[in-house]
Write a protein that binds this ligand. Structure first.
Ligand SMILES: Nc1ncnc2c1ncn2[C@@H]1O[C@H](COP(=O)(O)OP(=O)(O)OP(=O)(O)O)[C@@H](O)[C@H]1O
Ligand SMILES: [Mg+2]
Length: 590
């Protein structure tokens, strides 16, 4: 086991990962150097009590006749005072060093979080298809915490521990086993005392865990609703809210650390008093003939923390490996390619979408498994379109491609004659309103959810939208109306109510292209008809694309596109396709 661990430290992997990590923390070299300097000074101060003890032993207690005079007792008391001061100063420096270190860790953690979140929110939808959201969450929590801890494990802890250990080893050289046993007994008692006191700090620690859980909750929600976030171009807002929650958590961490430091101060104070008392009392007792010189040396070791350095080195060795593995996983996500990175220099649409031309489009999720082949058709402003076909024929995939959520393998989508991939993503999304087949609502009120589509809506706009989406009767029946909470992903709503809420949110966005993917599939026929009427009300101002299995709902569209196994088999008006007596005709009849 030990050999294995040692081998790990000399592998190429370790050196490469160390380099990556050192590069990552290079922005913080000032604060790390300061922290290291503080801890070296604190450790050096920790040596002074031993030197003072030696001074007392050599100067007063050996090599000559012991003189029992008040003057000598006074001098010894002065030495004891100096010892006490050295301890206190060393501990004060330790506290400052700890706070400096925590500031570095929280700020390093914050920057790791922001960088990863910004990257992940812009990753292709495919990334979320292949990555479990829980796994992704642990990258943000456990992994980043471990990476942050690496600075301690790789730099601060080993240097500190080695300094202390070398001093302790020098002492041990002169120690007998019996005294060592006594020291262990003292350290054990102090450890139990420390464990008891740290129990008191639990409430603030729990607050930290609660806040972390809240952050996980929000992250999980956003990842599950990534399409909705994308559809409303809310990435920047989500990133800034996440950042804010983290600042709040960092505040609690700092408070909790102060509390823990308070306990350590108390402990150290007690140790300092005990050491000073024992030194003074012990020396006086030697002079009076009640104690031996060897016993005085034992007194010196009362406050020496023998276990800490060994424990720190051991724990840092085991956690370093975990930390480096986390670092590797973190960078793996950052190396995931953005298919259409946010770029403000890309072309923006200077007018509303008037024409969408799809030219020979091919797409596959997996190599050699085409999902869409040779898709070509054109959509124009003022016209309504329906995409029909058997389940799995590629309708939702085509909608994703039109929205820019997926990238075509071959072929083009031209928006007003401009290639979709050349357009500014945020700008393009603002021209769309989408109700996805796997619809998603946020844990909040009905009002919050509709406003997500357009934050500038007034109360009367909201009422109008709810009427358009046939949601008004349901809202009137609720005690809190628009301010009713709907639970995580609308758990408190029926399937139809949730669909209507998504429709209201889509209507809220003033879009040029509206895509409804099975958006009314959970509704009764009366509501479905009323919503259809509402959708078609403004049809002259936009392009409407409806994906539906219930073919009776799309009879009035201008053009029906029939997909089968990823290919367009028929295209035309309802009447035209009925006359053709082909696939569409059979689908309708069956
Ligand atoms: N993320 C994915 N990874 C791999 N294959 C996928 C993925 N999403 C969909 N597919 C596959 O692509 C094909 C088309 O799926 P799509 O969801 O576009 O069909 P659809 O026409 O919308 O079906 P439905 O009417 O049931 O909604 C299906 O065979 C499906 O299994
Ligand atoms: Mg679908």
């Amino acid at each position: 086991m030990i050999r294995k661990r040692l081998e790990f430290f000399f592998t190429k992997d370790f050196i490469t990962q160390m380099k990556v990590f050192l590069k990552q923390i290079s922005h913080y070299r000032e604060i790390i150097s300061f922290s290291l300097l503080l801890s070296i000074i604190a450790n050096a101060l920790g040596l002074i009590p031993a030197l003072i003890s030696g001074q007392i032993v050599d100067g007063y207690l050996s090599g000559r006749e012991l003189a029992n005079s008040p003057q000598i007792e006074k001098e010894i008391l002065l030495w004891a005072g100096a010892l006490f001061l050295a301890y206190v100063l060393s501990e004060v420096l330790n506290i400052i060093q700890n706070q400096v270190q925590l500031r570095f860790r929280t700020s390093f953690n914050h920057s790791l979080q922001d960088k990863l979140y910004k990257h992940v929110l812009h990753l292709p939808i495919n990334f979320f298809n292949k990555t479990k959201s829980g796994e992704l969450l642990s990258r943000f929590t456990n992994d980043i915490n471990q990476i942050t801890g690496l600075s301690n494990q790789l730099i601060l802890t080993p240097i500190n521990a080695l300094l202390r250990l070398s001093v302790i080893l020098a002492y041990c050289f002169y120690l007998s086993p019996w005294i060592a046993l006594l020291i262990l007994l003292i350290i054990g008692t102090l450890t139990i005392l420390c464990m008891f006191l740290t129990k008191k700090t639990r409430p603030l620690q729990n607050e930290i865990y609660d806040k972390q859980a809240v952050i996980h909750g929000f992250l999980s929600e956003v990842f599950q609703g990534i399409r909705t976030v994308r559809s409303h171009a809310k990435e920047a807002e989500e990133i800034s809210q996440h950042s804010q929650r983290h600042l709040d958590l960092n505040d609690t961490r700092l408070k909790s650390n102060l509390q823990i430091q308070g306990i350590y101060t108390l402990w150290s104070f007690m140790q300092a008093i005990a050491a000073a008392l024992m030194l003074a009392g012990g020396s006086i007792m030697i002079i009076r003939g009640h104690m031996s010189l060897g016993e005085l040396v034992v007194v010196q070791f009362f406050t020496a923390q023998l276990m800490n350095p060994i424990f720190n080195i051991l724990s840092s060795i085991s956690s370093t490996q975990g930390g480096l593995a986390c670092l590797e996983r973190y960078h793996k996500i950052l190396s995931e390619e953005l298919d259409n990175p946010p770029d403000s220099n890309r072309k923006k649409l200077d007018k509303c979408i008037e024409k969408i031309k799809i030219v020979n489009l091919n797409f596959s999720y997996l190599p050699d498994k085409p999902v869409l082949e040779n898709i070509s058709f054109t959509m124009q402003k003022g016209k309504t379109y329906a995409l029909v076909g058997t389940s799995g024929s590629g309708k939702s995939t085509l909608a994703d491609l039109i929205c820019g959520f997926q990238k075509a393998s071959i072929g083009n989508i031209l928006i007003n004659g401009i290639e979709l991939q050349e357009l500014n993503k945020e700008n393009y999304i603002q021209h769309l309103a989408i109700v996805h087949q796997a619809n998603f609502v946020f844990d909040g009120t009905i009002r919050d959810n509709i406003l997500y589509g357009n934050t500038e809506l007034t109360s009367s706009d909201l009422i109008e939208l709810c009427q358009k989406a046939q949601l008004h009767d349901f809202i009137d029946s609720l005690e809190l109306g628009l301010d009713s909470y709907i639970g995580e992903n609308g758990i408190k709503l029926s399937g139809g109510q949730k669909q209507r809420l998504c429709l209201a949110r889509a209507f809220a966005a003033k879009a040029d292209l509206i895509i409804l993917d099975e958006a009314t599939s959970h509704l009764d026929s009366i509501n479905e008809r009323l919503i259809q009427k509402a959708v078609f009300e403004n049809k002259n101002d936009l392009i409407t694309l409806i994906i539906a299995h219930n073919l009776s709902t799309i009879k009035d569209v201008d053009q029906v596109i029939v997909l089968e196994k990823g290919e367009i088999k028929e295209i035309g008006t309802h009447e035209g396709l009925m006359k053709l007596r082909g696939l569409y005709f059979n689908m309708l009849k069956s």
